[in-house]
Design a protein around this ligand. Structure first.
Ligand code: 48H
Length: 267
């Protein structure tokens, strides 16, 4: 066998392995129990707690790297702050943290360790992450939200006219952060009335750390049959305050979302 021929064979083997394995993974996730939009901290925490209970969960993340707003810390200083109440979640993921001297109940941690640790924690528990995939619509079936409409992010960004594919799920979790993209689709396109005072999205308020942290968890709910929101998306829907680079509420929100969904699924 010539060198030229064997290098062609290995090149084909590599390409075939990637195409076959990705196709199998996508096929396996065209129907899931829970489809999560966005791979920020709240969604990644939800995904791990769901997957650990044997729930079939897939995250669809627009960017190449999941982790959402975690990576950049505060103003690109790559440290974030969390409260004691969320430390057991960091410990569950094996992410290090240390107390802030003179600030009882507050801790700092490396935002890159946090982002990468949350991603690994979700994936190693069995959640699948599809990156560079944007969710452009929801599936609506029999008076409930029943899945997602997905397309490649480059297709979205280039404005190419390419029809999407669908993922069917029992529950959809909006983890899209500040823009609440899926809740906007639900209200503005599907004309659904959410479980808010107006039926619509109340809109995020300015910075108030303590209030925002508490309301992020409180506002984590099922807003329409089959449609849940967590993290900043939930806070935006219910008109909560923002909180800056403190992430305890995001993780507690993700764990609460997982528990609400587990209850809905009867697990
Ligand atoms: C696919 C999408 C789509 C879509 C968006 O913003 P995130 O980090 O989400 P949270 O809510 O878990 O965390 C919020 C936190 O990062 C934050 O912003 C804080 C604490 N702000 C406080 C303050 O005062 O500013 O991640 C959301 C993810 C991102 O990775 C997006 O790319 C992704 O969702 N996403 N993915 N399809 N349509 N929309």
């Amino acid at each position: 066998m010539s060198d030229t021929f064997s290098s062609q064979v290995i090149e084909t083997t590599i390409s075939r392995a990637i195409v076959e394995n990705f196709s199998a993974k996508l096929l396996d996730n065209l129907t899931v129990d829970v489809a999560i939009v966005g791979g920020g901290p709240s969604a990644l925490v939800a995904a791990r707690y769901l997957a650990k209970k044997g729930v079939r969960v897939a995250i669809f993340e627009r960017k190449l790297a999941p982790g959402g707003g975690t990576w950049g810390g505060g103003m690109l200083f790559n440290e974030v702050v969390v409260q004691d109440a969320s430390l057991e979640i960091l410990d569950e993921f094996g992410i290090h943290h240390k107390p802030i001297p003179g600030a009882p109940s507050y801790n700092t941690l490396d935002s890159v360790e946090m982002a990468s640790g949350l991603i690994f924690g979700a994936v190693s528990a069995g959640a699948k992450i599809f990156n560079a995939v944007s969710v452009e619509d929801i599936v609506f079936r029999g008076e409930q939200v029943g899945g997602l409409v997905i397309n490649w992010t480059p297709v979205e960004r280039l404005g190419m006219h390419v029809d999407p594919l669908t993922v069917i799920s029992q529950c959809v979790l909006d983890g899209t952060g500040h823009p609440s993209e899926i809740m906007h689709l639900a209200v503005e396109k599907a004309q659904l009335k959410l479980a808010t005072s107006t039926g619509g999205i109340l809109g995020e308020k300015p910075m108030w750390v303590d209030s925002g942290e508490a309301s992020t968890v409180e506002n984590t709910r099922e807003y329409y049959p089959g449609l849940f929101a967590c993290g900043m998306s939930a806070n935006n829907v219910m008109g909560g305050y923002r909180m800056g680079p403190i992430f305890g509420g995001m993780m507690l929100s993700g764990r609460k979302a997982a528990n609400l969904i587990l209850k809905k699924l009867g697990k």
